[in-house]
Ligand binder design. Structure first.
Ligand code: 5AD
Ligand code: SF4
Length: 459
């Protein structure tokens, strides 16, 4: 009988990709994805450690799982509970100590060993007749490349994630990623291209290339040498049927000429870029070890806009970094006003254990962080509304991804990653149609198929 597997994913798109691969790894062992933890044979929490709040959620979820596991044991079954991802990497032994309900802890770099871990856990149950509770901890950074041990991805939607790069060598002083995901690693270009082809064969029309620092990509080629992200994009654009290419997350210091040229020349590369700046103050950027100043960021945006005039930008911001003065924060607001973002994420600085900034003097009071965050978010929200409002009346090519909440309605994405709702037949899923934008909601656009140009732009 099929076993039920429930995976709960927190945090970034890399975790979403990893969760998909874990499901692929466990499928040959008879595990099928379930949509709730009740009565699951195995529950995996794929966790995020980026901010304190994200990490705390794991412990409260484990508290909720405890009675479910006990109930299943009373019925003579068992529920294996695993904690994966970056909290596992950072706090492995601590999780085992604090939450005995957990059977397995493994990090983002060792999940390819999951079938072996499950086999070990199952053998132990057979031997002792007891529930799991054996405590398997695997938070190595193994020498073997994880990607060589993963099966080909199975589940694809219209838009598919594809991890091309992992880890980070930037060591921004606030960030845990270099510690939890490890050193920067780029997958060989041929492996990436082969995976993209398989995704397209499986129905994907768009790939989102993923990496913690995706534009640091430098993948080897079978014929020798290495290519960067711009060249990779050009090669991917040759795959028939691949209509759209995106990538995230980029570091401003790693945007090179080749990537800017790809934005100019490759129509499949979408004119939307998530380019975190974190702060508009040179003093804060230096203390963050961001490796660029505010003007370098402004110039970069100008160069990208010169290459692709309709390019829209999104960013990440941290307010209340240690030592951030009112003047520093004002510099952030100034930069936001000058650039004009289509969308953005902003956070209060959260001290992460083991990172250099956590030990800095001049930590900012929470009330000050909250005030700055609401001021920044009000400005960013107004910019997002203005960007969306400017789309009303325009005809945008929309790649339809799935059915909407209302009957007869589909949801897709504009080139600028806005969700767009429109009445359309289900067979439009996976096609690009021209949609005349008629309205905006808080986070999405609505419109109607643009009869005249729909046929011409469908692909
Ligand atoms: N505190 C607050 N925000 C953080 N981020 C990363 N580390 C921290 C931290 N310690 C934010 C950054 C990054 C995004 C993914 O999360 O803005 O770009
Ligand atoms: Fe973290 Fe991004 Fe800085 Fe790397 S570049 S340390 S992932 S914020």
């Amino acid at each position: 009988m099929a076993k039920r597997l429930f995976i709960k994913t927190y945090g970034c798109q890399m975790n979403v990709y990893d969760s998909g691969r874990m499901a692929d790894l466990l499928a040959p062992l008879g595990y099928r994805l379930a949509d709730a933890a009740d009565d699951a044979d195995m529950v995996i929490l794929n966790t995020c450690h980026i901010r304190e709040k994200a990490a705390e959620k794991v412990y409260s979820e484990l508290g909720r799982l405890k009675p479910l596991k006990a109930a299943r044991a009373r019925r003579g079954g068992e529920m294996v509970i695993a904690v994966a991802g970056c909290v596992a990497q950072a706090e492995g032994a601590e999780i085992m100590r604090r939450a005995p309900v957990v059977d397995m802890v493994f990090g983002p770099q060792s999940y390819h060993r999951l079938p072996e871990m499950v086999a070990r856990a199952t053998r132990a149950v057979a031997k002792t007749g007891a529930g799991p509770g054996r405590g398997i901890l695997d938070i190595d950074f193994p020498a073997e490349a994880k990607f060589d041990h993963l099966p080909a991805p199975t589940a694809t939607g219209v838009s598919a994630f594809l991890t091309v790069q992992e880890g980070c060598d930037k060591f921004c002083t606030f960030c845990v990623v270099p510690y939890t995901r490890g050193a920067e690693y780029s997958r060989p270009a041929d492996a990436v291209i082969a995976e993209a082809r398989r995704l397209v064969e499986g129905g994907a029309r768009e790939v989102m290339l993923l990496g913690q620092n995706v534009n640091a990509y430098h993948g080897s080629l079978a014929e020798g040498g290495e290519i960067g992200l711009g060249a990779l994009v050009r090669r991917l654009a040759e795959i028939p049927g691949l209509a759209r290419i995106r990538y995230t997350t980029s570091h401003p210091a790693d945007v090179d000429e080749e990537l800017i040229a790809a934005h100019r020349d490759v129509p499949q590369l979408m004119p939307f870029l998530h380019l975190p700046v974190q702060s508009g103050s040179d003093r804060v950027l230096a203390a963050m070890n961001r490796r660029h100043d505010a003007d370098a960021y402004r110039r970069l945006i100008e160069r990208l806009r010169a290459a692709r005039p309709d390019m829209a930008f999104s960013s990440d911001f941290i307010v209340g970094f240690p030592g951030e003065s009112d003047a520093d924060f004002a510099a952030t607001l100034r930069l936001v006003r000058e650039i004009g973002f289509a969308q953005a994420f902003s956070f209060k600085y959260s001290p992460r254990p083991g990172t250099p900034a956590a030990a800095l003097e001049g930590q900012i009071a929470d009330e000050v962080k909250s005030e700055r965050l609401s001021e920044l978010q009000a400005l960013l929200a107004a910019q997002q509304r203005a960007f969306n409002a400017a789309c009303v009346g325009r005809s945008l090519p929309v790649l339809f991804e799935r059915a909407g909440r209302h009957a007869g309605q589909l949801v897709g994405r504009s080139p600028y990653l806005q969700a767009v709702h429109a009445a359309a037949e289900a067979d439009a899923i996976g096609t690009i149609r021209a949609v005349r934008i008629t309205g905006i909601a808080s986070n999405s656009l609505s419109g109607a198929l643009d009869g005249a140009s729909a046929a011409a732009s469908a692909s």
